[in-house]
Design a binder for this molecule. Structure first.
Ligand code: XIL
Length: 336
């Protein structure tokens, strides 16, 4: 049967994956990355912590490696991510915490970070995740009135207007890149839909103010222990109706496993539930004309972030720890 990328190409969809650039040295990994996917995202290598480990010294090697692989294989690149509260360089966080970096200096540092990174990759990035995970979840104690997380590192130091500034700075540095706001639980996953409503109202306001935002990315980190987010299509459509592109940016579907190494599901039906969830997200995307890409957060379970972040869970990707395709892979293939 045809590859995911070949099938998706026929309907104008890009199907993507996060990549660990150094894993591209493994031929089996590189072969799947090249043959199945038409857009790639660096899992970590464009985050600030990685690109500027020491103040003033850039390391673009991981990102450059990925861009080169993409160009060799006719793939596009999603840049991820310019402003986020996680995976910041130690020197930055320490400087802020011990008072050697003032808020005015922090703003200048962020501006420089965005301009330098977007300029370095100028012309090579299809979609940039400019801002990541700024909205409060139901369990976050200090949401601002519009739903932005008042405890966010950037919001605390620079105010929520920094998000719009980040988009303006990125746009100036590469006017052709599509600029995305990216977050989780913003397309039907959250029971009350409060977070999705907040993002919707915020982005509508940003557009009215002329902020250069082109798209909304829903990460799509699902878990078989919760119901499938049946409002996903409706929520994606609502963003699209504002004239925005939408994308699924980090899809994976975790489940409980016997152990973190073999990642065998404890429930024998989990592989089929997982297939339905992956397929459901794809169908939601396919039903929305402006949904331009469907990206999974890595393809082999051996590389998944899930066992390290969700205790007792795993088996989240399309391929198992031995890079054998699962029912979820077949489900996507059949739908495409
Ligand atoms: C994860 C990476 O996959 C891990 O390797 C890293 O240790 C932590 O970050 N949402 C995001 C991604 O936007 O950047 C995160 O990636 C997963 C959650």
């Amino acid at each position: 049967a045809d590859s995911l990328r070949a099938l998706a190409a026929k309907i104008g969809l890009r199907v993507g994956t996060a990549i660990i650039p150094y894993d591209l040295d493994h031929p089996d990994y590189a072969a799947i990355a090249a043959s199945q996917f038409s857009v790639v995202t660096p899992g970590n290598e464009m985050k600030w912590q990685v690109v500027e480990p020491t103040q003033g010294t850039y390391d673009w090697s991981g990102g450059d490696r990925l861009v080169q692989f993409a160009q060799e294989h006719g793939q596009l690149v999603r840049g991820h991510t310019l402003v986020w509260h996680n995976q910041l360089p130690d020197w930055l966080v320490q400087g802020v915490n011990n008072g050697t970096i003032s808020n005015a200096q922090l703003r200048d540092l962020l501006h420089k970070h965005i301009v330098d990174e977007v300029t370095h990759f100028k012309g090579k990035i299809w979609q940039w995740d400019v801002a990541n995970e700024f909205f409060a979840n139901s369990w976050d104690p200090h949401p601002l009135p519009d739903g932005i997380n008042g405890d966010d590192f950037w919001v605390q130091h620079l105010g929520e207007g920094i998000i719009a500034d980040a988009f303006r700075w990125a746009h100036q540095a590469d006017p052709h890149a599509l600029l995305f706001y990216n977050d989780y639980n913003i397309a039907g996953e959250d029971g009350t839909n409060a977070k999705a409503d907040a993002v919707y109202n915020w982005v509508k306001k940003m557009l009215a103010e002329g902020v250069p935002i082109n798209g909304i990315g829903d990460q799509g980190h699902l878990d078989t222990q919760y119901g499938f987010p049946t409002k996903m299509q409706e929520d994606l459509q609502r963003y699209a109706d504002l004239g925005l592109k939408v994308a699924i940016t980090e899809a994976d579907v975790r489940t409980f496993v016997t152990d973190a190494t073999t990642q065998q599901p404890t429930d024998p039906l989990a592989p089929y539930a997982q297939a339905n969830y992956y397929d459901g997200m794809l169908k939601a995307c396919l039903a929305v004309k402006n949904c331009i890409s469907y990206t999974v957060w890595g393809f082999g379970d051996a590389d998944s972030w899930i066992p390290g972040f969700f205790s007792g869970e795993g088996y989240a990707n399309l391929y198992d720890v031995n890079l054998q395709p699962k029912p979820a892979y077949t489900a996507l293939q059949q739908t495409l």
